[in-house]
Design a protein around this ligand. Structure first.
Ligand code: OGA
Ligand code: MN
Length: 210
């Protein structure tokens, strides 16, 4: 089993469950211990330096393509067992998955996630996180890895909560944002600095029997 599970009734997790139930999203500014945030940031930079990150694609299956005019980040998908830091992150997210299932009966089966690095100037235009032909992605989670981030760097996550109401999250290290994947359109504004995160999706079982 993963080595950094926390009880699924931990107050931080219950707060996220309550926020999602009430508003469809949650922001926890101090979700990750600083030491782990630093380790994950270092790992993201190392992977980038080793050429392991690739330009992110838009869409799914045969219609997938890289379109820098839509999204300009570079990503690498995570697998379990690659590093202690990533396994601790995956363990925490598994605890959150259990808390969401217990509190909201969402039936979330798994979690897919990737490192993302936005070079200066990169952005991701307004979108929702659910594919047209695949509605398994149910809850999105973005964990930021940037130390000493200042608002003037840009790079905010802008969420369109309802008609005429939007909200900006500063991508500060250790902050976790969670939201319902199909319901909250959002965008990433361009920044003047490299912007690092771990982004993932809790998924429900698909209808496809294979
Ligand atoms: C995404 C996304 C938000 C962020 O990868 O789908 O919307 O703040 N990321 O990085
Ligand atoms: Mn998104």
């Amino acid at each position: 089993m993963r080595d950094m599970q926390i009880p699924s009734d931990h107050p931080l997790l219950l707060q996220i469950v309550d926020d999602l139930a009430a508003h469809g999203w949650s922001q926890q500014n101090i979700f990750l211990p600083e030491a782990l945030t630093l380790e994950l940031a270092a790992e993201c930079r190392e992977r980038a330096a080793e050429g392991e990150l690739s330009p992110a694609a838009v869409g799914r299956g045969s219609t997938q393509e890289v379109r820098e005019g839509v999204r300009g980040d570079h990503i690498q998908w995570l697998e379990a067992g690659e590093s202690a830091a990533c396994d601790r992150y995956l363990g925490l997210m598994d605890s959150l998955r259990q808390a969401l299932n217990r509190g909201l009966f969402l039936g979330l089966e798994d979690y897919e996630s990737h490192f993302a690095l936005y070079p200066p100037g990169a952005f991701y235009l307004k979108h929702v996180d659910r594919f047209r032909d695949d509605d398994r992605r149910t809850v999105s989670a973005v964990l930021y890895l940037n130390q000493g981030w200042l608002p003037e760097y840009g790079g905010q996550l802008r969420m369109f909560l309802k008609e005429g109401v939007d909200y900006d999250v500063q991508p500060k290290g250790g902050c976790l944002v969670v939201f319902l994947s199909g319901e909250i359109p959002h965008e990433v504004l361009p920044s003047t600095r490299e912007r690092l995160s771990l982004t993932g999706w809790f998924r429900r079982r698909g209808d496809d029997p294979f």
